[in-house]
Design a protein around this ligand. Structure first.
Ligand SMILES: Nc1ncnc2c1ncn2[C@@H]1O[C@H](COP(=O)(O)OP(=O)(O)OP(=O)(O)O)[C@@H](O)[C@H]1O
Ligand SMILES: [Mg+2]
Length: 310
């Protein structure tokens, strides 16, 4: 939609990651664990998406909350290096921080302090920016207690009324919305993009992606794309249904692969490509992300991702 100011407005989790590589599974057994690398990076689902979208060349704005503390200064300072309209607001809370412990096969574990992300609510939403975007993408649905529920429904309604298409990615903890709210949420979502684990938590289905989709649709979802890690993705969208196989790669760190996938998928959608090409582009971007340490930064351009597809 060339008449809109933004391709994608991203809302949700922003934090500082301290990425430690490699960390053995039994880290708690000893007193000190020495790692090869411990780096301060930007993280959080929405922030990761925004950075990838900007690197792909999309026009992007980001909304979230950072604290009025030194970590918040660091976050905004690092973020300003990217061509992103930063609509992030600050509150008197501690900026969220995540200790990312990456195992040598690439699996990761988080130690997460969520305060600034928990502060995000509808009053932080720049309504004009949402109206002026081809897509609204929420990163971290179900781990945004100030927005999940009523605020999220209002946000999705705002978008849809303005002709802004909506995309939801999730994060699961022990918390789950009640079925009625989940239904209200998914029925306002143009593209639901859960990971396999999240789809399982949302639907109760153990492993069959087709059955997960059937249940997501019973909950009101229309287009569903389930991220399947090293198995690629399952697409049930725009008239197509089936597995789209992954791009072969050497997996180093899976952190942020899902966010990279979502960003690439939305970028592809805004180009008007058919659904299979969008899914293949997103798989290619995800495969580049897992070869790169940290939650974002692996993607440098759309041409790089297209080269991986070939
Ligand atoms: N080992 C792998 N080989 C090839 N592609 C991969 C691999 N792991 C991930 N991908 C790509 O990245 C996408 C997203 O990965 P995954 O399913 O792990 O997302 P996620 O669980 O949401 O991750 P996160 O929330 O940590 O960002 C996959 O759908 C796939 O396209
Ligand atoms: Mg994810």
């Amino acid at each position: 939609m060339a008449d809109k100011k933004y391709d994608v407005v991203v809302v949700g989790l922003q934090c500082i990651d301290i990425v430690c590589t490699p960390v053995a599974h039994n880290v708690m057994d000893g007193e000190t664990t020495v790692v090869d690398s411990a780096r301060l990076m930007l993280g959080g689902d929405a922030q990761n998406q925004a950075i990838t979208l900007a690197s792909l060349g999309a026009r992007v704005a980001l909304m979230g909350v950072a604290g009025n503390d030194r970590l918040g200064d660091v976050l905004l300072n690092q973020l300003s290096a990217f061509p992103i309209d930063i609509l992030t607001r600050r509150e008197d809370v501690n900026t969220s921080i995540s200790l990312v412990l990456v195992e040598d096969k690439g699996d990761r574990h988080f130690v997460y302090q969520p305060q600034s992300n928990q502060a995000l609510s509808y009053r932080h939403i720049d309504e004009d920016a949402v109206r002026n975007a081809a897509f609204l993408s929420v990163g971290g649905c179900l781990t945004l207690p100030g927005l999940d529920g009523e605020g999220m429904l209002r946000l999705l309604d705002l978008a849809r009324k303005a002709g802004t298409r909506t995309a939801l990615d999730f994060n699961v903890t022990d918390y789950m919305l009640d079925r009625a709210t989940l239904k209200a949420l998914l029925s306002r979502t143009d593209y639901a993009l859960p990971s396999e684990v999240e789809a399982r938590a949302l639907t109760g289905e153990g492993k069959d992606p087709a059955e997960m989709v059937r249940r997501l649709r019973a909950l009101g979802a229309t287009n569903c794309i389930i991220k399947l890690g090293g198995k690629g993705c399952y697409v049930a969208a725009d008239g197509y249904e089936g597995i789209v196989p992954p791009c072969p790669c050497r997996c180093l760190d899976t952190t942020g692969a899902g966010d990279t996938f979502v960003a690439a998928f939305l970028y592809a959608r805004t180009r008007g490509w058919d659904i299979l090409r969008c899914a293949r582009f997103a798989n290619a971007a995800g495969s580049i992300a897992v070869e790169h340490a940290g939650a974002n930064g692996g993607i440098r351009s759309a041409a790089q991702v297209e080269a991986r597809m070939a």
